[in-house]
Structures are given as structure tokens and as C-alpha cells.
Design a protein around this ligand. Structure first.
Ligand code: GLV
Ligand code: MN
Ligand code: MN
Length: 413
């Protein structure tokens, strides 16, 4: 068969995704595979079984990142790498992350079916803790691998039950011996669902993001004075939850206030002691700010901090702020982005040049290797929810684009 006519096996890709979706399946049709949970381990085990079945060299590093390498003819050449993540959000979807891992697996299976050898090795990757929902920050495995996050700091990050990343990594048996340190990569492609409404709205099949917005994460701790709700007059209360509520609205109003293209969200809140008849004395909430314009995001945060301070003072609720994580906006390698668009065209798919509002391991990868992503539409633009969905034929189309991107890069001397 002529190489240009090569296509992935859509049925097999679907079967792999459906098999993975059984692990951590939720009643609402989604999956819950929190990083380093038993479900994450189960999905990793299955992934490794599949890597072994096709004869790949399997490597696990000290962050639990899993690599499956298919040899190339030019043995010492830096590989083409492709993958994403197996972990999910709580009550997350069946496509976020796993599509990119199964997509890369399907590409290698297809090459094997047709006995196609490449000049460069091809390495499939599963990055640990992309989501950052159980252990913040997100993209931890790729961040350490790319030397942008400190390994021991990540090991020490705790979930809401006080279990640390390091403990849980050991518990599930995925603390590998290999150092989590970047090696030369010729090209990195990450295949992912769009997670937003743009492709559907534009009526386009393949998205080629020019890069990823910046991600700024903060943790806010507000303190109040607990007391019996009945006898305590309204006047003079130091209600930590009321102070947090005012602050949360400021976050929501921030993009409109500063202008420009930005989103700001509070997605997580912990209220203590969380009893209907105790005035709350402690609240922890998170702030997520994203923009293509790093400076705008930083200026907005400085503005927000002033508002937080004013509210804290007026309500006499002391405030502690942790500036947890910042990743600058990351432009991808133009040459590879163009390749995604060109290949989509050659395969007869419509395409769209866009920006990724979601974070991906490609963000850290693009800081150490030429990187691009392939997006396919999310039905109704829904993601990080159980109803997250993408048409099977769209999954095939994206995998075909990935196949030819990888083939081209892996054929380069
Ligand atoms: C990663 O899932 C993100 O928060 O965009
Ligand atoms: Mn993802
Ligand atoms: Mn996600």
C-alpha cells in the first residue's frame, strides 16, 4: 500500500477507548481515574500490557511516566514522541487524555500491521498527573521531565486527605528507577479532544492549535472565628465563608474588569468545619486564571489581590495566599503546526487554526522539543464532565492526522 493511503484501524481504536472507559467508569457514563489512584494503576497496567503485546521497550521513570519505544532504523536518533495522559478529573470524560495515549498506540499498531519501518524511533508516552485535580499542580510528570518542576516538591504535594504524591506513586507501584529527565526528542505530537466549542461552531474537523494559554493557579486560605450560629449576633461576626464568597465573585468579575481575552475561575472550595450551625472559621479555595497574554493575567492577579485584601480587612478575616503554579503561554513549533494543517488537508479533512484554552503536557514539552497538537471536536463543547463525547469517526480522523504527522517526522533524517 502506498504510504499516503495508510489509515488507522478505527474499530480497534474505539475498542481500546471503550476498554479503558470501563476502568473507573461512573454511573453517568464518564470515568473517574484520579492520578495515582487504584483506577489509574489499573489503566496503567492495561496500557503496559498492550505496549508489551506489540513488542515495545517499556520504561517507567521516577515520576511514574510510562514510555513505550518502537525502534527506528537509525538507532541513536532522537525519537518522535506522542501521547497524553491516563488520569482524569473527578467524574470526568472518556476522551480527555486517554484519546491521545490510545491514538498513539493505534498509530504504532497500524505501522506494525503494515510492516512499516521508520528511520527514527517512535515513543508513546503516558504522563503522570496531567489533571492536577487530586495533586496540584497539573502536568506534573511532564513538568519534572522537562526540568520545569522540582521532583521532590511534587513528591510532597498532598491530596485533601493528606496523602502525598510520592507515597501514592510508591503505593501503586509506579515509582520507576529511570531518572525523570528529558532526553532529546525530534518532535512531540499530542492528540486530544478540543474540550471547547470552537471546532463545532466553525464546522471544522481538525484543530491545529498555535499554542496553549498561560495557566496561573493560586490557593487562598481565609480565616474567621467559629461560633454557635444561634446566639451569635450578625454584627461583629468574622465569617470566613462570607469573606470567601465575596472574593469568589471578584474572581468571576475579573475578566470583564481588566478587559482583554482572559478567563478566571474558582472551581474548588473547602469550608470548615462545614456544619450548618457553626459560623465557618476556615475556607480554602482555588483560583485559576488563563490568557494568551501572560502580562494581562499577572496584572489581573495583582488587581485581584488588592480586592481580596480589602475584603479580608473589612470582614476581619485574615488571608493567606499561595502562588501555587504558573506556566507561561506556550506557542508551538510553527513548522509542525503547519504540518498538522497540511496533513488534514491531504486527508480531505477540514481544519482550523486556533488557541488551546486547556492545559496539556504539550505545554511543558514545547519548552524542550518541537511540539504540535491535533484536536478533534467535543460534542456541545463539553469536557471535564461525564457527558464529554466525540464522534467515533472524528476520533479516527484525528488519529489519521496523527499517524501521518508521526510518519513524516519519523522519516526525517
Ligand atoms: C487540564 O485539564 C486543564 O486544566 O486544562
Ligand atoms: Mn487532557
Ligand atoms: Mn483534563
Amino acid at each position: 500500500m502506498e504510504r499516503k493511503n495508510l489509515r488507522v484501524n478505527g474499530k480497534r481504536l474505539r475498542a481500546a477507548l471503550e476498554e479503558m472507559a470501563k476502568i473507573g467508569a461512573t454511573s453517568g457514563g464518564g470515568v473517574q481515574r484520579l492520578a495515582l489512584s487504584d483506577e489509574d494503576k489499573q489503566a496503567r497496567d492495561l496500557f503496559i500490557k498492550w505496549l508489551n503485546e506489540i513488542g515495545l521497550e517499556v520504561m517507567i521513570d521516577e515520576m511514574g511516566n510510562i514510555f513505550g519505544k518502537r525502534a527506528g532504523n537509525g538507532k541513536d536518533l532522537p525519537p518522535v514522541m506522542s501521547g497524553s495522559h491516563i488520569d482524569s478529573q473527578p467524574k470526568g470524560g472518556r476522551f480527555d487524555g486517554i484519546l491521545g495515549v490510545m491514538g498513539a498506540l493505534e498509530v504504532v499498531r497500524t505501522l506494525n500491521d503494515h510492516g512499516i519501518e521508520t528511520e527514527r524511533p517512535i515513543t508513546i508516552v503516558n504522563w503522570t498527573n496531567e489533571e492536577g485535580t487530586r495533586f496540584s499542580p497539573a502536568m506534573a510528570g511532564s513538568g519534572v521531565w522537562a526540568a520545569k518542576l522540582d521532583r521532590d516538591w511534587v513528591y510532597g504535594r498532598a491530596d485533601i486527605h493528606g496523602k502525598t504524591f510520592g507515597q501514592e506513586l510508591e503505593r501503586i507501584g509506579y515509582k520507576g528507577k529511570l531518572r525523570a529527565r528529558q532526553w532529546p526528542v525530534h518532535a512531540y505530537y499530542e492528540y486530544h479532544i478540543e474540550q471547547g466549542p470552537v471546532l463545532e461552531k466553525e464546522g471544522k474537523l481538525i484543530g491545529a492549535p498555535k499554542g496553549i494559554v498561560c495557566l496561573h493557579w493560586y490557593d487562598i486560605y481565609v480565616e474567621g472565628t467559629a461560633n454557635q450560629v444561634g446566639p451569635t449576633p450578625m454584627e461583629g461576626r468574622n465569617d470566613a465563608l462570607c469573606a470567601a464568597a465575596e472574593m469568589i465573585l471578584k474572581v468571576n468579575e475579573l475578566p470583564a474588569k481588566v478587559g482583554g481575552n482572559m478567563v478566571a475561575t474558582v472551581g474548588e472550595i473547602h469550608n470548615f468545619p462545614n456544619s450548618r450551625n457553626i459560623i465557618p472559621d476556615r475556607v480554602h479555595f482555588t483560583v485559576d486564571i488563563r490568557s494568551w497574554d501572560d502580562e494581562l493575567a499577572t496584572r489581573a492577579w495583582e488587581d485581584l489581590k488588592l480586592d481580596f485584601g480589602t475584603i479580608a480587612e473589612r470582614r476581619k478575616c485574615p488571608l493567606r495566599i499561595e502562588e501555587t503554579w504558573r506556566v507561561g503561554h506556550t506557542p508551538f513549533e510553527e513548522r509542525l503546526v503547519k504540518r498538522v494543517l497540511e496533513i488534514a488537508g491531504q486527508l480531505g479533512y477540514s481544519s482550523h487554526y486556533m488557541v488551546s484554552g486547556a492545559g496539556h503536557d504539550a505545554s511543558y514539552m514545547s519548552q524542550v522539543a518541537p511540539t504540535a497538537m491535533v484536536f478533534v471536536p467535543s460534542i456541545d463543547g463539553r469536557s471535564h464532565v461525564e457527558v464529554e463525547n466525540t464522534k467515533w469517526e472524528d476520533c479516527d480522523a484525528g488519529a489519521n492526522v496523527l499517524l501521518h504527522c508521526i510518519l513524516q517526522s519519523a522519516s526525517e533524517p
